[in-house]
Design a protein around this ligand. Sequence first.
Ligand code: ADP
Ligand code: MG
Length: 292
Amino acid sequence: MQTTTDAALTSDGSARTAQGGDAAPAISIRNVTQRYGEQGSANAVLALDNVSLDIARGEFVCLLGPSGCGKSTLLNVVGGLFRPTEGEVLVGGKRVDGAPHPDEIAFVFQESTLFPWYTVIENFRIALKFQNVPKSEWDDRSMAALKAVGMASFANHYPNQLSVGMRQRVNMARGICVKTNILLMDEPFAALDEQTRMVLGEDLSILLAETGKTIVFVTHSLAEAVFLSDRIVVMTARPGRIKTIVNVGEAHPRSPDFMLEPRFSELRNDLYALLRDEIRQAMASQRDPAGA
Ligand code: ADP
Ligand code: MG
């Protein structure tokens, strides 16, 4: 069913209708390897090692893995913030060449990136202008997104008049209102308390079902990963590789009751078992070498 929010927020209907179909993937990550620092030098880091993954249109994919395993690196490569050392990423069949594509891809980061000297709606207008959305659509799109996260009455507030949770709610709405089919979210709820993040997760699940956007989301929370994702990509400790992919197989929007189902706990426990060794390994590699 098309809702008003739906019509206002989606850039074209293809993302939604193509979900689960045999259309080309929205994002195709091919043999991506990322090294930082001079090879052979003491500060050389192999962050990602030969990562390949196809993400379908309208899919919600979560990247889960120990700190430092390359999740942000992978997200940044997909977003075109830089070109990987090896391999390539295709978005809508076109190669992302180390340049941002603001008309196709939006980012939501952990920290709210709202300009403090502009009101909420002014911040949205700037984002929409930057993404070449016609001026006549700015306010409708902004208000639809704010309404969708229950923040419409705060459109004329300044960011510092909002709580941290409200700011992140607005930040998420801004990522959703822009006219992109792809939304990349790097631990967007990390600074929030657990209750707030669960409520925001519910909102996100509803919004996803309405807009049909393709979302790649990084989180450390196992419950959040299970609640939100169609697929969870579990990564190894550095160098980041894909250890396994877990399918959740539950339609969006998801009700909080999903968290009470035995299947939810089973999936969360499976993920914990998969990650435990990787986290121990990551912790061991972060300690000083013996005798240092
Ligand atoms: P995650 O998001 O999974 O915590 P990152 O992608 O941020 O991991 O980092 C992966 C590894 O690459 C880490 O060891 C990190 O220190 C290193 N790294 C990330 N960005 C840079 C950079 N710009 N220069 C050098 N090393 C980096
Ligand atoms: Mg990170």
